[in-house]
Design a protein around this ligand. Structure first.
Ligand code: SGN
Ligand code: CA
Length: 515
């Protein structure tokens, strides 16, 4: 690493100021739990996201974009290092502390002369390293008047709605940066994370909209043991008692005056708080009057979930527009790579769920849009399978920094340049989820996904295998692992899995034995 530093410093010194300024800036916008089903450029969304769609229209949309481990901290660690969780060490949110002394992409860019800044959600417990400037939320952060942890160690409440505050800080940092040098700016939103508290101006938005339920909303999880044992169902885990998710309580009942939910709302100024409670009081009265039971109650909860999620997404889209307008107005777009992604995908009622974690499509996937700087010709949709471990080598290559050989991801540059990749790109991706026992009770599992098939092994206190034919069964309702018609595919997929575990050095037998 030292050698790379010296080399890149020397290389940098040799570059004229003009040549240096041609190295692209990178604006990396990462949201939390924003999923492709809620982003209209992906085609299936009931929620319109015009500003995000514009990035896709002017740039590229990755149709097959995946994470390596569908959870916040682990996903962020994969992105920063370009390595799978078992290598970068941050395998789960509950027990992880990111080892900030390891090689990371921001550090390598910093050593190569980039200005590096991080604003918003961090969630890796240890203090950020490799950033000239950082200003982060504490843990999950808050939607209203969020508390920021500043680089000098101090903490303060920043007035406003979290998504707006993060964007203000990002723009402010760009305004005050050294304009002679390229930069990478990480803009990490809290939105659209649970429990979906809207910006007050959007409190009433989407309330007249009825969201269509996915076809497999009433899934009974036949043939899928881990799915039977999860705790992330809208029906039973989207809580009512403390109104945390639904925001409905029995008026007159004081439960709303306690719990995490109320503490979050209490952060608002008195006038805004009044507006907030007025709206949800009337909603709660209406809910009480209806006295819903059984499936009607679950459907009602689903609409509540979708509406609040949509409101939060609306502010997010506005703010992406604001950031893009800044880049446009300042003539920066030609020389800036803008990346939009999320730390993972999310269930919007598919299988009856909210949350993520599973290797099933909705949470294995993550939205990925890019607006490319001059010189990168590709436009439109890219269907090659990409993963969040690919971002680090991509940014390094674009910045002219040699990609260290221990990075496991692949640079996306050939795809962005529009080079022919048929037969040259990867034919499978590897996934490993490690957080169990934990909230939502999703068992540990690993697996491999090819263009058509997916093999998953759930281990820990169960030991079950699942195989899906994504062409015949895109919503993953039918586990064909024991179907004789798939015996050959099953064998091939096992072989592929073994190859990938070897290639990525995931010591799976040891891992299972130690659990
Ligand atoms: C919190 C949420 C969970 C969520 C995890 C991880 N519960 O614990 O629903 O799965 O974060 O999310 S909450 O009651 O605190 O809202 S992650 O995106 O940060 O990994
Ligand atoms: Ca997340």
């Amino acid at each position: 690493m030292k050698q790379i530093t010296l080399l890149s410093m020397a290389a940098m010194a040799a570059l004229s100021a003009q040549a240096q300024s041609q190295r692209p800036n990178i604006v990396y916008i990462m949201t939390d739990d924003h999923t492709a089903q809620a982003l209209s450029a992906y085609g299936k969304s009931h929620i319109q996201t015009p500003n995000l769609d514009q990035i896709a229209q002017e740039g590229v949309l990755f149709r097959n974009s995946f994470v390596a481990n569908s959870l916040s901290g682990p996903s962020r660690a994969c992105m920063l290092t370009g390595k799978h969780s078992h290598i970068n060490g941050f395998t789960n949110n509950e027990h992880g502390i990111f080892d900030g002394s390891q090689q990371t992409m921001p550090k390598l860019l910093q050593q190569a002369g980039y200005q590096t800044a991080l604003i918003g959600k961090w969630h890796l417990v240890s203090e950020p390293t490799g950033f000239d400037h950082w200003d982060i939320l504490i843990g999950q952060g808050e939607y209203y008047n969020p508390i920021f942890h500043h680089q000098d160690g101090s903490k303060s409440v920043e007035k406003g709605y979290c998504t707006n505050v993060i964007t203000d800080k990002a723009i402010n940092w760009m305004e005050n940066r050294d304009k002679e040098r390229p930069f990478i700016l990480f803009v990490h939103h809290k939105a659209c994370h649970r429990n979906w508290l809207p910006e007050l101006k959007y409190l009433r938005e989407y309330e007249d909209q009825t969201f269509e339920k996915p076809d497999n909303f009433w899934d009974t999880y036949e043939g899928r043991v881990a799915a039977q044992q999860q705790e992330m169902a809208i029906a039973s885990n989207h809580d009512m008692d403390l109104a945390y998710d639904t925001k409905a309580y029995l008026p007159g009942d004081q439960t709303r005056l306690s719990g995490a939910y109320v503490n979050y709302v209490e952060r608002l100024e008195p006038e805004l708080k009044k507006q907030y409670w007025t709206f949800y009081d009337s909603l709660s009265c209406d809910f009480k009057r209806q006295n819903l039971q059984g499936r009607d109650l679950v459907e009602w909860k689903y609409q509540r979930y979708m509406r609040d999620y949509a409101k939060v997404t609306r502010s997010l889209d506005d703010n992406v527009g604001r950031l893009m307008a800044y880049l446009r107005e300042n003539g920066m777009l030609e020389n800036t790579l803008v990346v939009y992604t999320s730390d993972q995908g999310f269930y919007m009622g598919e299988h009856g769920w909210f949350d993520k974690r599973f290797m099933y499509e909705e949470s294995l996937s993550t939205p990925l849009l890019m607006r490319l700087p001059d010189g990168y010709m590709r436009r439109g949709e890219i269907t090659d399978m990409v993963q969040n471990i690919d971002y680090a080598p991509t940014f390094l290559e674009m910045a002219g920094v040699k990609v260290p050989s221990d990075i496991q991801g692949k640079s996306l540059v050939p795809l962005l340049k529009g080079e022919k990749t048929i037969g040259k790109w990867r034919d499978a991706i590897y996934y490993h989820f490690h957080e169990y026992p934990a909230e939502h009770a999703v068992k540990r599992h690993y697996g491999v996904r090819t263009e058509r098939y997916k093999l998953i092994h759930f281990y820990n206190d169960i030991d079950t295998w699942e195989l899906y034919d994504l062409q015949e069964d895109p919503t993953e309702m039918k586990n064909v692992y024991d179907d004789p018609a798939y015996a050959k595919v099953r064998k091939q997929m096992h072989k592929k899995l073994e190859q990938m575990q070897k290639m990525y050095k995931d010591p799976i037998e040891e891992t299972i034995a130690s659990k």
